[in-house]
Design a protein around this ligand. Structure first.
Ligand SMILES: Cc1cc2nc3c(=O)[nH]c(=O)nc-3n(C[C@H](O)[C@H](O)[C@H](O)COP(=O)(O)OP(=O)(O)OC[C@H]3O[C@@H](n4cnc5c(N)ncnc54)[C@H](O)[C@@H]3O)c2cc1C
Length: 360
């Protein structure tokens, strides 16, 4: 009888979609010895390239259920993958901590309750005399910001992460096919992925990691799966005010839903809006800076140096993400909405376990 490892080496897996999820699955499965092909036309920028890379896991307020389990697992897995990927980019790191702030008294009370109930040494309420709160309130010229800090959460630069994954997958000689898949079907015991150029790629297993477009490929197989497009936007803002030193602020923080990342003394990134749409409207960019009743003058006068957006896919009628075994040898791992970067390690582990069970 053949060993499992031999089985793995003979098994060809096609991954459709090469965003963070496709790439992470390729990494996890290639480490187990499978033959991998990733297929993606790579024509337009995907959601992964737009991501800010915040890893908001331990701060998640619902501390039970599948979503919490996936977050918890990812937080535990990230250090291992970071160490592995640092072989390909020694500057890749996770900047910690992560701070969540609000000007709303009611929301703050909820945060306080969450911290008390969580009873986790890595989660704290930020006291008014903490240096973080002092510096943030000073820079934003307010006294109203209050919040919590998570020492376990943080941020990884998503672009550097994707580049490191590319380098790693190239070294592992993963087959990358620059094509769009327009149809998948099963013939005897094999899966066939047909490209727009009418090429047919055979495999033993297919993993759908192609976000919104996954439903086009499985409509006839699983019509119940629905995904909605949710726009995410970000800007890089240049500040021309000698009084403000953005580097005095924490490395990353969130004020009432807006993520803020100071990247130098006079530049910061702000993201992300949340609308069910695929095209940004001009005024939504302005809304990115509207997170305080009264904006400080440096924020009003700030110059938009870059703006970008990405389309995230959110499951309609079921929680995010969609992790399912649709039929023998066909897995869907998509619909990551706001948390694809955070959840990539836990979800690729889930996929690997499904495949191991299927083959054993
Ligand atoms: C502005 C913004 C900020 C964000 N910030 C964060 C954050 O701080 N933290 C976090 O965890 N997440 C964040 N996200 C969310 C995160 O980016 C997504 O959850 C994640 O990128 C989803 O990855 P994916 O691989 O599933 O999808 P994608 O990156 O969209 O990749 C899907 C790929 O499938 C390919 N594809 C589509 N159809 C086909 C086909 N028929 N054949 C072959 N290939 C196909 C596409 O070309 C694409 O490359 C943010 C998103 C945005 C837009």
């Amino acid at each position: 009888m053949k060993s499992l490892k031999e089985n793995f080496q003979k098994t060809h897996i096609v991954i459709i979609g090469s965003g963070i999820i496709g790439k992470f699955n390729a990494l996890e499965l290639s480490e187990l010895g499978f033959q991998i092909s990733i297929i993606d036309p790579a024509k337009i920028l995907n959601s992964s390239n737009a991501a800010l890379g915040l890893l908001m896991g331990n701060m998640y307020q619902k501390r039970r259920g599948r979503s919490w389990d996936l977050r918890k697992q990812s937080i535990e897995l990230w250090p291992k993958w970071l160490e592995f990927l640092q072989k390909f980019n020694n500057e890749l790191h996770i900047a910690k901590p992560l701070i969540q702030l609000t000007t709303n008294e009611e929301k703050f009370k909820k945060l306080e309750k969450f911290i008390t109930e969580a009873n986790d040494i890595n989660l704290r309420i930020l006291e008014g005399d903490s240096i973080f709160i002092k510096n943030i309130n000073k820079a934003f010229q307010t006294k109203k910001l209050k919040g919590i800090i998570s020492y376990k959460d943080g941020r990884i630069n998503a672009k550097s992460l994707l580049k490191s994954l590319d380098k790693c997958l190239k070294q592992k000689k993963i087959n990358f096919v620059k094509e769009e898949i327009i149809k998948i079907r099963k013939s005897k015991n094999q899966w066939i992925s047909r490209t727009r150029n009418n090429e047919e790629i055979k495999s033993d297993i297919i993993i759908l990691c192609n976000s919104l477009k996954a439903v086009d490929l499985i409509n006839s197989l699983s019509p119940k799966i629905k995904l909605k497009a949710v726009l995410g936007q970000a800007i890089e803002l240049g500040i021309n005010d000698a009084e403000v030193d953005l580097l005095s602020l924490p490395k990353q923080f969130n004020i009432d839903g807006k993520n803020i990342i100071p990247i130098s003394k006079n530049k910061l990134i702000i993201g992300s809006t949340d609308e069910y749409s695929t095209k940004p409207k001009e005024n939504t960019i302005e809304q990115l800076t509207n997170f305080l009743d009264k904006k400080p003058s440096w924020l009003i006068k700030g110059e938009i140096l870059k703006k970008w957006h990405g389309i995230r896919s959110r499951p309609d009628g079921e929680p995010s993400p969609i992790l399912k075994n649709l039929e023998d040898g066909l897995i869907i791992c998509t619909g990551f909405y706001k948390n694809g970067i955070l959840l990539a390690p836990a979800c690729s582990k889930w996929v690997a376990n499904e495949i191991k069970n299927y083959l054993s």
